[in-house]
Design a protein around this ligand. Structure first.
Ligand code: SAH
Length: 388
């Protein structure tokens, strides 16, 4: 096998696989067989696609084709059952993917499903949520997010986005649709700045891996033109928008992208978004002590979302090194929620998952810091992590 020039099969759709098998002089139905092997059986090596004749498998390997599943470099297990995976990509870069047993994020959005039965005997969970990365690093530079400190390295390929999911499903030994797996595109990166690859990955995850689109949610920091594009997609996850501030002055300070697409532009896109039957838009709001968490801020949020079929997910800041904000006191979080609820805006406080292993929202910063992480987290009161 030629190790130096590997071409990944992971990420290819049926039409691309059809061209490939044609190129090898193979019958057309072989494309479907490879598709099934990649996304349903989730094979790790092309040699083990047992539906294919031996000589075709050898020919594929001989011309440098491999599955191209990203490797799991490291695994951190939280006291609450959350697992943070460090995923190694072929070029030496890495991203993080988070497995949260018993939900949160995809469904009620209030964390009510979280942490129910973590140490069951035969089956550890009824459903789980996988938090997927879309880029190595991020360009958006939100002031409260640890991923921002990495800067933007590169977009993930379609195969890397789908491959993260397949690698974790393999590790957890579960298969949708029997296993109820929710996907949230809320990991590292801004999915709407890697729009084409994100959408193509969604298609493979729905049609190949068999995760229904109704179980997927994508979160954007507010790339307004892409919100319009996304609304027009025939196949799409649900939409969450990271609001995070209640007026332009504050939002521009916390999220520099607000200077390009301000709240008027963002809320106009949100209002125009074509919701499906019973679908709701989600707004995420990171609460920062005495910065954006006052009753006045809450009332401004009420005005912003008025008339939109939406719910608001409140996330108390997950702290991190170099982040110049504080986590609000619980009373302020509940007060904020109360103001929204009193005005008829559905509002949930998202339960933090895996804070002790740096797996919670805004804490994904990958790799090199992994050892430093272990030290930092060992000091947290929640419980010592286990690197597996
Ligand atoms: N780039 C996309 C996808 C990431 S989703 C987006 O911004 O929406 C990550 C969510 O976590 C966002 O809603 C973001 O506002 C929130 N977040 C970022 N940093 C955080 C932190 N330190 N504490 C709590 N939530 C944070």
């Amino acid at each position: 096998m030629n190790e130096s020039k590997q071409t990944a099969l992971m990420g290819l759709g049926l039409s691309e696989l059809s061209l490939l098998v044609e190129d090898f002089g193979q019958p057309h139905y072989r494309a479907q067989q490879i598709f099934e092997a990649l996304y349903r059986q989730r094979v790790v090596a092309a040699e083990s696609i047992s539906a294919l004749p031996q000589d075709f498998r050898q020919a594929l390997a001989g011309r440098g084709y491999s599955v191209g599943l990203p490797a799991i470099a490291k695994k951190f297990v939280s006291a609450d059952g959350t697992v943070r995976y460090l995923i190694a990509l072929a070029d030496g870069q890495s991203v993080e993917t988070v497995w949260m047993p018993e939900g949160d994020g995809g469904e009620a959005g209030d964390g009510s499903e979280a942490g129910l039965e973590l140490s069951g005997t035969s089956r550890k969970w009824n459903r789980a949520t996988l938090c997927v990365s879309s880029q190595v690093g991020c360009a958006v530079d939100c002031q409260f997010c640890l991923t921002a400190a990495l800067g933007m390295k590169r977009n993930l390929t379609v195969g890397e986005i789908v491959g993260q999911v397949c690698a974790v499903l393999n590790d957890q030994r579960v298969s949708p649709p029997d296993a109820r797996v929710n996907l949230v595109f809320m990991g590292m990166g801004e999915p709407f700045l890697n729009y084409e690859n994100f959408i193509r990955a969604v298609r493979l995850l729905v049609e190949g891996v068999k995760i229904p689109e109704s179980r997927m949610t994508v979160s954007t920091a507010g790339i307004v033109p892409r919100i319009f594009d996304f609304g027009a997609e025939p196949l799409r996850p649900k939409l969450a928008i990271s609001l995070n501030a209640s007026n332009n002055e504050l939002r521009a300070r916390l999220m520099p992208l607000n200077r390009k697409w301000n709240l008027e532009a963002l809320m106009a896109a949100a209002r125009a978004f074509p919701l499906r039957h019973r679908e709701k838009l989600t707004f995420e709001y990171v609460l920062l002590q005495e910065v954006n968490d006052s009753p006045v801020n809450a009332r401004e949020v009420v005005e912003l979302v008025r008339g939109i079929r939406a719910k608001v997910n409140l996330i108390a800041l997950n702290a991190g090194p170099g982040i110049a904000f504080r986590t609000p006191e619980e009373g302020r979080v509940l007060g904020f929620q109360k103001t929204l609820l009193a005005a008829g805006v559905p509002a949930f406080v998202r339960r933090p998952r895996g804070r002790d292993i740096y797996a919670a929202c805004g804490q994904l910063k990958r790799t090199i810091e992994a050892d430093a992480d272990s030290q930092e987290i060992a000091q947290t009161p929640i419980g010592a992590p286990r690197a597996v």
